[in-house]
Design a protein around this ligand. Structure first.
Ligand code: GLU
Length: 416
């Protein structure tokens, strides 16, 4: 069987957005699942559209998700003599002609249609008469996308061309070129595009950002990879959390969906939360400190286990605020009596070893017909943090220490 070789062929016209990187991911996963090779090919033949720095961003995006490519990067702009060689081949067959300095490919009219068996879409066919003689080498000497793509896919022995659906209409041209050059064409795997919640092309506002932006915003590379893999590919079972290695083991072309996946930011947030909980405390605290450099790093490390279950993003750690500053009592209103709070303080004052269990026991001893657990805990949370959403209450109090806890309770009483 032919060795699986695939390529990701971005044009360096900007920073690739996540839809583009999903194409790279699927190529990578397929290659790795088949012990094949994954090439990175920079399609820089349209000189006018090249954006300086874009190649670096493409490389950074792939590296950020650990999608390492095999072999050296192929730059099409460095291969002009190769395209020239195949142009000569076409010329010698009388299949190319000069048009104001550019070279066009002559479409043979003896065939009615051009088609292929697409791995995702099944049989696809176009009538030949809709295809005009198209330019293969421009007057600046650079090949067009069509010609460079076909020549390089042949030269790199690409077994599967996996790319976005928007290239389906180019594929008949490519097939005609393969035939004219006497080559077999690779398999084609056209991926349906990711759509926004409005079922339209994914806009920037809906999520069409780069993976580098997502990483900056506090998303874990592991979560982004996991999320992207499930946009257009479905695993066999119900598992939803996959590492890159898991994905390599599971990935198969026959589970790529024909329908467009919908980008769902809530799903990404959820996946991110799941990945946060999978990290060791040390790993998480290291990542949190990179994202939150202004916070006291010692405290951040100490409270990492307390916030781990309650954050979904490395940058959004508002829930940890209570460990860094006392709330302003003017910002909240307590709903239990001063009398109870005073008793609470008294109880706490007599706790000898300030541990989670002891604190909890001492607080719970006040519970009874006139004081429900929910009310007590909510008011404690408010007094300590100014919010009813807190990390686990008694662990947080242990972490804050006896003096600080009592100080905050007193301040809360005073302001009521
Ligand atoms: N350069 C094309 C792009 O930017 C690649 C198309 C292909 O993979 O054939 O999407």
């Amino acid at each position: 069987m032919q060795k699986v070789k695939v390529r990701y062929g971005p044009s360096p016209t900007g920073i690739p957005h996540i839809g583009n990187i999903r194409t790279a991911l699927f190529n990578f996963l397929f290659a790795k699942s088949q012990n094949g090779e994954f090439f990175l090919r920079i399609e820089d033949t349209d000189q006018a559209r090249i954006v300086p720095g874009a190649v670096e961003k493409i490389k950074d995006s792939l590296k950020s998700l650990n999608l390492e490519w095999d072999a050296d990067i192929v730059y099409q702009s460095e291969r002009l003599d190769i395209y020239q060689k195949y142009l000569n081949d076409l010329k010698s067959k009388d299949l190319a002609y000069n048009d104001e300095g550019a070279w066009r490919f002559k479409i043979q009219t003896d065939k009615k249609s051009v088609g292929w068996q697409d791995v995702v879409h099944g049989k696809v066919e176009f009538p030949t008469n809709v295809i005009e003689d198209f330019i293969i080498i421009k007057s600046d000497g650079f090949p067009t996308y069509h010609f460079a793509s076909v020549v390089d896919d042949h030269e790199l022995e690409i077994s599967h061309v996996m790319r976005g659906d928007e290239w389906i209409s180019s594929t008949p041209k490519h097939i005609l070129l393969y035939e004219a050059l006497g080559w077999e064409h690779p398999q084609f795997v056209h991926l349906p595009p990711i759509l926004g919640a409005d079922h339209k092309k994914l806009s920037k506002r809906e999520g069409a950002k780069s993976v580098l932006e997502y990483i900056d915003e506090g998303y874990l590379p592991e979560a982004i990879t996991n999320f992207l893999a499930l946009l257009g590919w479905s695993p066999k079972g119900n598992q939803e959390i996959f590492s890159l290695d898991d994905l390599i083991k599971e990935f198969s072309l026959d589970r790529i969906n024909k329908n467009s996946p919908i980008f769902n930011i809530e799903k990404l947030n959820w996946t991110n939360g799941q990945w946060i909980r999978k990290l060791t405390n040390d790993d998480l605290s290291n990542r949190l400190s990179i994202y939150n450099p202004k916070y006291d790093q010692k405290i951040l490390k100490d409270v990492t286990p307390l916030i781990k279950d309650r954050i979904n993003n490395l940058k959004d750690i508002k829930i940890a605020d209570l460990f860094f500053k006392a709330p302003d009592p003017k910002d909240f209103k307590l709903t239990i009596s001063e009398d109870i709070l005073l008793k609470l303080i008294k109880n706490f004052e007599s706790v000898k070893t300030w541990s989670t269990d002891n604190i909890k026991e001492s607080a719970n001893s006040l519970l009874g017909p006139n004081l429900e657990k929910k009310d007590l805990y909510q008011n404690l949370g408010l007094s300590l943090s100014g919010s009813t959403v807190t990390p686990p209450l008694f662990d947080s109090m242990e972490n804050l220490g006896k003096d600080e806890t009592i100080k905050r309770l007193k301040a809360a009483i005073k302001s009521q």
